[in-house]
Design a protein. Structure first.
Length: 258
């Protein structure tokens, strides 16, 4: 997904200050989720101490994104969704909240699909007991929240393909809601194909209802949510940098056009 420019921004050289990184989390009723997100932001701040890093939630938790943006005044910010694919929140909710804010904002692509996301998924599976040399009996269900948006499902399928290439075993998506196959259906499909060791890779940013629901269906090992894995912090910064570079390239092309 190409980063979306919501409003124009003076470049960093003109302002002398880098735009803030605003991490946009969904929000959850599970108290562990908010703590996980804040710990992840702590990792980002360690990696880039001079960068202003803020948090805004779409719903359920404070600070809500409109309040975070209001606190920035007319300052510049790059909004990086802590979401793993395209969907309604990325395409509509976040840009609409940004558009009515006084801040000068750009919206980055979601975190997936991307090799750094696969790094985190692989590491979490390894922590859960995934073998170093899997055999033909092994397979993985990539457990995701689900969406009615076909582009969101395409992103999940791409992440599953990248993880399959990394692991050398079949990986199929399974969804907690709004899409098929469900996680139990995906497990049954792989089992019917002769895979006796089906692991569940939790493609969730933090603990919550969907992650727990999917884990309850697992016939073998289940990885932990991605949480504060170092690759997640690097991926947030990558999406931030990518957005600034894309915006800068567009401006250079515009200036070069006769």
């Amino acid at each position: 997904m190409t980063a979306t420019t919501v409003t124009s921004d003076r470049n960093t050289a003109a302002t002398g200050r880098a735009p803030a990184l605003v991490v946009v989390a969904h929000g959850s009723r599970d108290p562990r989720a908010a703590g996980t997100v804040r710990s992840l932001l702590g990792r980002v701040r360690v990696l880039r101490p001079a960068l202003p890093v803020r948090l805004g939630h779409i719903e359920l938790n404070e600070p809500l994104l409109p309040d975070t943006l209001a606190a920035l005044g007319d300052g510049a910010a790059v909004l990086v969704p802590l979401l793993l694919g395209r969907g309604h929140h990325v395409k509509r909710d976040i840009p609409e909240m940004a558009a009515v804010s006084p801040a000068r904002t750009r919206v980055a692509a979601p975190l997936g699909p991307h090799p750094l996301l696969v790094d985190a998924l692989h590491a979490r599976l390894t922590e859960a007991g995934w073998p170093t040399q899997p055999g033909p009996e092994h397979a993985v269900v990539l457990a995701s929240a689900g969406s009615r948006d076909p582009e969101s499902r395409a992103d999940t399928a791409r992440t599953a393909a990248l993880l399959a290439a990394r692991l050398g075993v079949p990986v199929v998506p399974g969804y907690a809601s709004a899409a098929t196959p469900t996680v139990p259906e995906a497990i049954r499909t792989l089992t019917a194909r002769g895979h006796r060791r089906v692991a569940l890779a939790s493609c969730f940013t933090a603990p919550g209802r969907f992650a727990a629901q999917c884990a309850a269906a697992a016939p073998w090992i289940t990885s932990a949510p991605l949480g504060t894995h170092p690759s997640m912090a690097h991926l947030l910064l990558h999406r931030y940098d990518e957005t600034l570079m894309t915006d800068g390239a567009m401006k250079r092309r515009a200036l070069a056009t006769p």
